[in-house]
Design a binder for this molecule. Structure first.
Ligand SMILES: [Fe+2]
Ligand SMILES: [Fe+2]
Length: 548
């Protein structure tokens, strides 16, 4: 099929009817998509995990709690793993939905427990290292990894699981001590690494986690403090110092290890942390610099949308750094034909749309979404950015050109009625040709950017803005989006929409502060925001939404 298409393209290019280039298409691999949601794959992963945990307990070291009755220990391990999987399925539904995330969670837990088991075995085989047993375990490994990549809930789940299963590898008398140390140290790492925005914060979480491990170890008498004041006090204090240093070193190494491997995990499991979003928010990206030079109006529009979206996302607990970065790139497709978008047209300059039919103008406007995806794929932008480029207009109508096409058809119809024109020459105005291809926003962040984009575009046409006018405009635009069904696929609640509207008003008020007429004009009777916008549209070549 691909070969036939290539020949067709070649023939068209030879006839001068095609550039011969192929547009990049953004779609996921159907095989990986099927595997991602397959229940059988998930059940197999669960079964392998439970069996592996049982095997690990069965082959635990000679000093472990169940060394005398390994089969009983393996059974305990198997049952704990099964119950943990039930808990995972019930409490972490977001992570369960995708099999790649199931692999990340279960794989992380398995690696953590393997490391614990190896360290326990090494300590048991080396005499004189018993005092270090509780201090050289990387308690924060799986909890921190899952906390950073999947959130607090996943991190807490990991902490509880590795604490419950890990204690099966230690001697029976240290059972509770290990569990308490692991729980406290793991939870400290999870709480401090939640939504970290700088790599340094991860290191800080590691240091605190190590400090807590040392403190708990001292309280539980693990590094030998109980006998520190006996006849061999110096030896014991040395031991205390070295085991505390070992605990710190292990916690910090764990944090550095996770911090270093984060890009690898993000790429592998298609996740993006706030750290990466902040790194991506650099305005020196090649596409953004090109936009700054070739489409300065669009660049400014994107910056304002980013501020509106980020502030609003922060208020409802959505991913604010992601909203900022995705807003920067949402209109990158306008780089292909910048002068066709009003924000890049200079006052008094010729409008290229004047020479085009409304259908052709709408086609060019709509194409900025596909062109944006094409550029994003070419520059290997994050898949979440591509989703936002694709969804930021949903399947909304390019209203201005649709209305112009209808007006032209009406005028032609009058000519036909007066028998000045042939009825067959009447233009066909199909609403579908004036709609963006979609899909509609499917995430909260995408929905926020869609609204911020519309609000920013429309706010520019506000004459003599007042707080009341800004409020009316925002209310009107959000209501229109809801009525058009553009937010039907995104999980924003009505309460969140109310908070978003408040946030947009506040941000807009501060942005338009120098233009706002406060006391006198506010009392004057002004037309409503909707009518104001329509009046403004009438006086301009393009309406506000088409700038979005
Ligand atoms: Fe836009
Ligand atoms: Fe756009």
């Amino acid at each position: 099929m691909g070969f036939v298409d290539a020949i067709k393209r070649w023939r068209l290019a030879r006839q001068g009817l095609s550039s011969g280039k192929k547009r990049r298409i953004y779609c996921s691999n159907p095989v990986s998509a099927a595997l991602e949601g397959s229940i059988w794959v998930k059940l197999s992963l669960y079964a392998i995990f439970a069996v592996m945990i049982a095997m690990m307990v069965l082959r635990a070291s000679s000093t472990s709690a169940f060394s005398a009755e390994p089969v009983k220990g393996a059974l305990y391990g198997f049952v704990i793993a099964l119950m943990a999987l039930v808990m995972f399925q019930v409490t972490l539904q977001n992570s369960c939905r995708r099999n790649s995330r199931v692999i990340l969670v279960l794989g992380g837990l398995t690696i953590h427990l393997v490391v614990v088991k190896i360290l326990m075995t090494v300590i048991d085989n080396q005499s004189g290292f018993e005092s270090y047993r509780f201090m050289i375990i990387p308690y924060a490994m799986a909890p921190m990894l899952h906390g950073v990549l999947l959130g607090r809930a996943a991190g807490s789940f990991s902490t509880v699981f590795v604490s419950f299963v890990g204690c099966l590898f230690v001697p029976r008398e240290d059972f509770l001590g290990y569990m308490v140390l692991s729980l406290v140290s793991g939870m400290t790492a999870v709480l401090l690494s939640d939504r970290v925005r700088k790599r340094g914060q991860l290191l800080k979480a590691g240091i605190y986690s190590g400090a807590v491990a040392v403190l708990m170890g001292l309280l539980l008498g693990k590094p030998g403090i109980a006998s520190s004041f006996g006849p061999n006090a110096v030896d014991h204090l040395q031991l205390l110092g070295s085991s505390s240093a070992a605990a710190f070193l292990m916690a910090v190494t764990t944090a550095l290890f996770i911090s270093g491997l984060l890009p690898f995990f993000e790429g592998m499991f298609n996740l993006t942390t706030d750290i990466s979003w902040l790194e991506l928010s650099d305005l020196n990206h090649k596409l953004l610099r090109q936009m700054q030079l070739e489409a300065p109006g669009t660049f400014h529009h994107s910056l304002v949308v980013a501020s509106l979206a980020e502030a609003a996302a922060e208020k409802i607990g959505a991913n604010a750094p992601m909203c900022r970065v995705c807003s920067y790139f949402h209109d990158v497709g306008k780089l292909k034909k910048p002068v066709y978008f009003i924000e890049n047209q200079h006052d008094g300059a010729e409008n290229p749309h004047d020479a085009l039919t409304p259908t052709m103008s709408a086609l060019i406007i709509i194409a900025h979404v596909k062109d944006g995806i094409d550029l994003a794929l070419k520059h290997k932008l994050n898949p979440r950015i591509i989703d936002v480029i694709q969804e930021h207009h949903g399947d909304s109508l390019v209203y201005f050109f649709y209305r112009r096409a209808q007006e032209q058809k009406k005028a032609e119809l009058e000519k036909v009625n007066r028998q000045l024109e042939n009825p067959e020459d009447l233009p066909v105005v199909d609403e579908k040709s004036f709609r963006y291809p979609g899909p509609r926003p499917r995430t909260r962040e995408s929905g926020i950017i869609c609204l911020a984009d519309t609000v920013e575009s429309a706010s520019r046409s506000l004459r003599k803005p007042t707080p009341a006018k800004i409020r009316a405009l925002v209310e009107d635009l959000v209501r229109t989006k809801i009525n058009d069904g553009q937010l039907d696929d995104c999980p924003l609640t009505l309460r969140e929409l109310a908070i978003l509207k408040d946030s947009f008003c506040t941000t807009l008020r501060s942005m338009l502060h120098s233009r706002i007429d406060y006391p006198k004009e506010a009392k004057e009777k002004e037309p409503s925001a909707g009518r104001q916008m329509d009046a403004t549209r009438g006086g301009r070549t393009l309406p506000a939404p088409e700038r979005a």
